[in-house]
Design a binder for this molecule. Structure first.
Ligand code: SF4
Length: 151
Protein backbone atom coordinates (compact mmCIF):
# COMPACT_ATOMS: atom_id res chain seq x y z
CA UNK A 1 0.00 0.00 0.00
CA UNK A 2 1.13 3.53 -0.71
CA UNK A 3 2.06 4.68 2.80
CA UNK A 4 3.79 1.48 3.70
CA UNK A 5 7.54 1.60 3.83
CA UNK A 6 9.85 -1.34 4.15
CA UNK A 7 12.91 -1.15 6.23
CA UNK A 8 15.80 -3.49 6.71
CA UNK A 9 16.98 -3.89 10.25
CA UNK A 10 19.52 -6.44 11.36
CA UNK A 11 18.81 -8.43 8.23
CA UNK A 12 15.06 -8.61 8.89
CA UNK A 13 12.41 -7.02 6.73
CA UNK A 14 10.35 -4.82 9.01
CA UNK A 15 7.14 -3.44 7.62
CA UNK A 16 5.80 -0.18 8.92
CA UNK A 17 2.21 0.92 8.74
CA UNK A 18 0.40 4.22 9.14
CA UNK A 19 -2.53 4.49 11.56
CA UNK A 20 -4.91 4.49 8.57
CA UNK A 21 -3.53 1.17 7.35
CA UNK A 22 -3.65 -0.32 10.85
CA UNK A 23 -7.22 0.85 11.29
CA UNK A 24 -8.28 -1.09 8.16
CA UNK A 25 -6.27 -4.17 9.10
CA UNK A 26 -7.67 -4.53 12.61
CA UNK A 27 -11.11 -3.14 11.80
CA UNK A 28 -11.04 -0.48 14.52
CA UNK A 29 -11.39 3.28 14.12
CA UNK A 30 -8.28 5.46 14.22
CA UNK A 31 -9.74 7.08 17.33
CA UNK A 32 -9.92 3.72 19.12
CA UNK A 33 -6.29 3.06 18.27
CA UNK A 34 -5.31 6.49 19.56
CA UNK A 35 -7.34 5.77 22.71
CA UNK A 36 -5.39 2.53 23.27
CA UNK A 37 -2.24 4.60 23.12
CA UNK A 38 -3.66 7.19 25.56
CA UNK A 39 -4.61 4.37 27.92
CA UNK A 40 -1.01 3.20 27.84
CA UNK A 41 -1.77 -0.14 26.19
CA UNK A 42 0.34 0.37 23.09
CA UNK A 43 3.30 2.54 22.26
CA UNK A 44 3.80 3.05 18.53
CA UNK A 45 6.96 4.74 17.33
CA UNK A 46 6.78 8.28 16.01
CA UNK A 47 8.38 9.64 12.88
CA UNK A 48 10.88 12.26 13.98
CA UNK A 49 9.97 14.91 11.45
CA UNK A 50 6.18 14.62 11.29
CA UNK A 51 5.46 12.98 14.67
CA UNK A 52 3.15 10.58 12.79
CA UNK A 53 2.65 7.20 14.42
CA UNK A 54 4.23 4.18 12.78
CA UNK A 55 3.21 0.63 13.61
CA UNK A 56 4.89 -2.72 13.11
CA UNK A 57 3.29 -6.15 12.68
CA UNK A 58 4.10 -6.77 16.34
CA UNK A 59 1.98 -3.81 17.46
CA UNK A 60 -0.82 -4.71 15.08
CA UNK A 61 -1.00 -8.13 16.73
CA UNK A 62 -1.04 -6.52 20.17
CA UNK A 63 -3.89 -4.21 19.12
CA UNK A 64 -5.83 -7.27 17.90
CA UNK A 65 -5.37 -9.03 21.23
CA UNK A 66 -6.25 -5.95 23.31
CA UNK A 67 -9.36 -5.41 21.20
CA UNK A 68 -10.31 -9.07 21.74
CA UNK A 69 -9.97 -8.65 25.51
CA UNK A 70 -12.09 -5.49 25.51
CA UNK A 71 -14.75 -6.44 22.98
CA UNK A 72 -15.02 -10.23 23.23
CA UNK A 73 -14.13 -10.78 26.87
CA UNK A 74 -15.58 -7.50 28.21
CA UNK A 75 -12.44 -6.55 30.13
CA UNK A 76 -12.25 -3.04 31.57
CA UNK A 77 -9.03 -1.03 31.47
CA UNK A 78 -8.07 -1.75 35.12
CA UNK A 79 -8.72 -5.48 34.49
CA UNK A 80 -6.48 -5.45 31.44
CA UNK A 81 -3.73 -3.72 33.43
CA UNK A 82 -3.90 -6.40 36.14
CA UNK A 83 -3.98 -9.15 33.53
CA UNK A 84 -0.91 -7.71 31.82
CA UNK A 85 0.90 -7.70 35.16
CA UNK A 86 -0.14 -11.10 36.40
CA UNK A 87 -0.88 -13.47 33.53
CA UNK A 88 1.80 -15.19 31.47
CA UNK A 89 2.39 -13.50 28.12
CA UNK A 90 1.44 -16.62 26.11
CA UNK A 91 -2.03 -16.52 27.67
CA UNK A 92 -2.54 -12.81 27.13
CA UNK A 93 -1.40 -12.92 23.53
CA UNK A 94 -2.76 -16.35 22.72
CA UNK A 95 0.73 -17.39 21.66
CA UNK A 96 0.97 -20.19 19.11
CA UNK A 97 4.69 -20.83 19.54
CA UNK A 98 4.78 -20.89 23.34
CA UNK A 99 6.18 -24.44 23.57
CA UNK A 100 9.26 -23.26 21.71
CA UNK A 101 9.73 -20.02 23.70
CA UNK A 102 12.03 -19.82 26.76
CA UNK A 103 9.45 -17.58 28.50
CA UNK A 104 7.19 -20.65 28.71
CA UNK A 105 9.79 -22.47 30.82
CA UNK A 106 9.69 -19.76 33.50
CA UNK A 107 6.01 -19.05 34.20
CA UNK A 108 6.82 -17.22 37.44
CA UNK A 109 9.33 -14.83 35.93
CA UNK A 110 8.36 -11.73 33.94
CA UNK A 111 8.92 -12.54 30.28
CA UNK A 112 11.05 -9.39 29.77
CA UNK A 113 13.46 -10.70 32.43
CA UNK A 114 13.64 -14.10 30.74
CA UNK A 115 14.25 -12.35 27.44
CA UNK A 116 17.36 -10.61 28.80
CA UNK A 117 18.97 -13.93 29.70
CA UNK A 118 17.53 -16.53 27.35
CA UNK A 119 15.81 -14.53 24.61
CA UNK A 120 12.18 -15.02 23.61
CA UNK A 121 10.42 -15.47 20.30
CA UNK A 122 8.71 -12.08 20.43
CA UNK A 123 8.61 -10.19 17.16
CA UNK A 124 9.05 -6.73 18.64
CA UNK A 125 10.93 -4.83 21.31
CA UNK A 126 9.76 -5.00 24.94
CA UNK A 127 9.64 -1.18 25.00
CA UNK A 128 6.74 -1.37 22.54
CA UNK A 129 4.92 -4.23 24.27
CA UNK A 130 1.85 -3.70 26.44
CA UNK A 131 3.19 -6.14 29.04
CA UNK A 132 6.39 -4.18 29.43
CA UNK A 133 4.67 -0.78 29.33
CA UNK A 134 2.27 -1.87 32.09
CA UNK A 135 4.73 -3.86 34.17
CA UNK A 136 4.38 -3.23 37.86
CA UNK A 137 7.52 -2.18 39.68
CA UNK A 138 5.73 -3.11 42.89
CA UNK A 139 5.30 -6.70 41.75
CA UNK A 140 8.97 -6.95 40.80
CA UNK A 141 9.90 -6.02 44.36
CA UNK A 142 7.61 -8.70 45.71
CA UNK A 143 9.20 -11.24 43.40
CA UNK A 144 12.66 -10.18 44.49
CA UNK A 145 11.93 -10.98 48.13
CA UNK A 146 11.27 -9.10 51.38
CA UNK A 147 11.29 -5.34 51.14
CA UNK A 148 14.30 -3.56 52.55
CA UNK A 149 13.44 -1.11 55.30
CA UNK A 150 15.34 2.13 54.94
CA UNK A 151 17.12 3.30 58.07
S1 SF4 B 1 8.04 -8.39 23.89
FE1 SF4 B 1 9.05 -8.47 25.92
S2 SF4 B 1 7.45 -7.88 27.36
FE2 SF4 B 1 6.41 -8.43 25.44
S3 SF4 B 1 5.83 -10.61 25.63
FE3 SF4 B 1 7.89 -10.49 24.65
S4 SF4 B 1 9.40 -10.66 26.30
FE4 SF4 B 1 7.41 -10.12 27.20
Amino acid sequence: MHHTTEKKQAGNELREYSIGEVSKKVDLSQKTIRDYEKMGLIKPMRLLRTNNRIFSDFEIEQIRQISRLIHNEGFTLPCIRRLLQLAPCWNIFDCEVKERCPAYEYPNKPCYEVRKVRGTLCGGACENCSIYINRSTKKQKVLEGPRQIAN
